[in-house]
Design a protein around this ligand. Structure first.
Ligand code: FAD
Length: 494
């Protein structure tokens, strides 16, 4: 049979998803090329003397999206990993004696809100009813549209939906209609930080994230998030995808507007009928194709609002720690100045907020017995100068707070420490400006206003991943791979 050879670049969630969707089509033969020696992209893992670190994502939200993904191939997440719902879902730390454990149970959650602001529990019912509707239309319909033309959104039913979806109101305003307490407002605004901007600049459509958080819950795959990648790789291979590691693409060779072959950094050439690029969009657009075939100018890219980069620390601790949960949000400083340092006046923040993940609290397999695995994350503006001194300075700033607030010595118990920031994102993933989470989901960067999933001048070159539709995060990246695969099959009659 005369099969089309589809070459997919990048083994992140999006690349693996696209490759697997295409491989089940009998008209396709799929090769996936990955520059690193292990799969997963931003969701890789590494091990050190019994500590197993997830390098990127740590929150498993929207379990239905993962179920839908595996179901397309006749599988279930449980064929690959064991999921457990966390309770408390996470802790929000407003100060030493002000810690909110967020209960997984909705009635307990409402009681907690009532304790902070009388009547807030009842308000939550209406807030969540709207959020549920947005989730259903948003995640089960809108995000699956390739967003290549406004016509995709032009049905009367959908236009009515759009109004109900609060596209034009900010998340910040929306939350304040329901709640008055600053503590609750910060809690409700937290999930949109995953979308790479502050609540002022994120459409209220994304209260769907609160539905994901509060109603659908925070889950954890035993042995860590990388288990999802392991499952996806095993499924991709079962479906016939040929995955090559240490295979960095140097050029997509284009002749007369047609992508003909891939040239690897070692000079090897691989013929291709169709190319799907799941590596960072800017890298592909500006470095892998001849400039005359770029989709966008450097000026366009410079004007994009990128989601933040991050300074991360992977720490092995020689004892169990007190007063911390699996997920801990340190909101003990105001968000305003930190957000200003990320979005308005890019700089290292004076008083950073940070996040600590301790998966070893839930899962004994990710740290040696009696020890703790801790991951610290400070969101930062992209493109900052990141020196070893700066990393150290910020390590001590957040460690001072962590030790004071949790009332224990931590630093002297650190037996393994690795930092990771802008320079590493660039070196490992060719990340534009060292971004961690792609492109922010602002109104002017939504759907058809995002970098398009197809090259405008090269008919057989497509893009997938967190810089195109539908956006950043693990569930959207999984969906992105499916959306681009459908477009490839539709346009090539496969
Ligand atoms: C620190 C951090 C924490 C996060 N936390 C969460 C979370 O808790 N929950 C959540 O849902 N999301 C989270 N995210 C976001 C989520 O991880 C990403 O949105 C998602 O993993 C992006 O997947 P992707 O496939 O688009 O890109 P990537 O994972 O970056 O995959 C792209 C791949 O392309 C490869 N590549 C690049 N250039 C080339 C080349 N020239 N040749 C060959 N291969 C190439 C790269 O090596 C990489 O493997 C987090 C991200 C980070 C960084």
């Amino acid at each position: 049979m005369n099969q089309k050879h589809v070459v997919v670049i990048g083994s992140g969630f999006a690349g693996l998803s696209a490759a697997t969707h295409l491989a089940v089509n009998k008209s396709c033969r799929v090769t996936l090329l990955e520059k690193n020696s292990t799969p997963g992209g931003r969701a890789r893992k590494f091990e050190h003397q019994g500590f197993v670190f997830d390098m990127g994502p740590s929150w498993y939200w929207m379990p239905d999206v993962f179920e839908d993904y595996f179901a397309k191939f006749g599988k279930k997440p449980s064929d690959y990993y064991d999921l457990q719902r966390l309770d408390p879902s996470y802790a929000v730390i407003y100060g030493k004696d002000k810690v909110l454990d967020i209960p997984a149970n909705l009635e307990e959650f409402k009681k907690m809100l009532d304790g902070i602001e009388p009547g807030a529990g009842k308000q939550l019912d209406e807030f969540l009813a709207q959020a549920k509707y947005k989730y259903e239309v948003g995640i089960h319909d809108l995000v699956k549209r390739p967003s290549r033309s406004l016509l995709e959104f032009a049905s009367p039913g959908l236009l009515v939906d759009m109004v109900r979806m609060d596209i034009f109101q900010s998340m910040a305003k929306h939350v304040r209609k329901f709640f008055k307490s600053e503590e609750i407002i910060r809690l409700m605004e937290f999930p949109v930080l995953f979308l790479g901007e502050t609540a002022e600049n994120i459409p209220a459509l994304y209260s769907l994230m609160n539905y994901a958080d509060i109603a659908l819950g925070t889950w954890y795959p035993k042995k860590g998030m990388h288990e999802i990648i392991k499952g996806m790789v095993s499924l991709a291979e079962e479906k016939g995808v040929s995955i090559r590691y240490d295979a960095e693409v140097e050029e997509i060779e284009i002749e007369n507007g047609v992508a003909k072959r891939i040239r690897l950094v070692n000079g090897e050439k691989i013929e291709a009928d169709i190319v799907v690029a799941g590596a960072d969009y800017h890298h592909v657009d500006k470095h892998l194709v001849n400039p005359k075939y770029s989709n966008y100018s450097e000026e366009y890219w410079d004007k994009r609002v990128m989601a933040p980069s991050s300074l991360l620390f992977y720490l092995g601790i020689d004892k169990k720690l007190d007063n911390l949960r699996h997920h801990n949000l340190f909101f003990d400083e105001p968000l305003g100045p930190h957000a200003d340092a990320i979005y308005k006046n890019p700089r290292w923040p004076e008083r950073p907020l940070f996040y600590a993940s301790l998966p070893s609290i839930t899962d004994p397999t990710v740290a040696p017995e009696g020890k703790e695995n801790m991951f610290l994350l400070i969101p930062l503006a992209p493109d900052l100068e990141d020196s070893e001194e700066m990393r150290e300075k910020y390590y001590h700033i957040i460690m001072d707070r962590l030790e004071t607030i949790t009332g224990q010595e931590v630093r002297s118990h650190v037996i393994y420490k690795r930092s990771y920031a802008h320079a590493d994102f660039k070196a490992d993933y060719h990340a534009f400006k060292g971004n961690a989470y792609g492109l922010a989901n602002t109104l002017t960067q939504t759907a058809i206003l995002k970098p398009a999933l197809k090259n405008k001048k090269v008919g057989n070159l497509y893009y997938t991943g967190q810089l195109t539709v539908p956006g950043p995060g693990v569930p959207p990246s999984l969906i992105s791979g499916g959306v681009v695969a459908n477009e490839v099959m539709k346009e090539n009659n496969l």
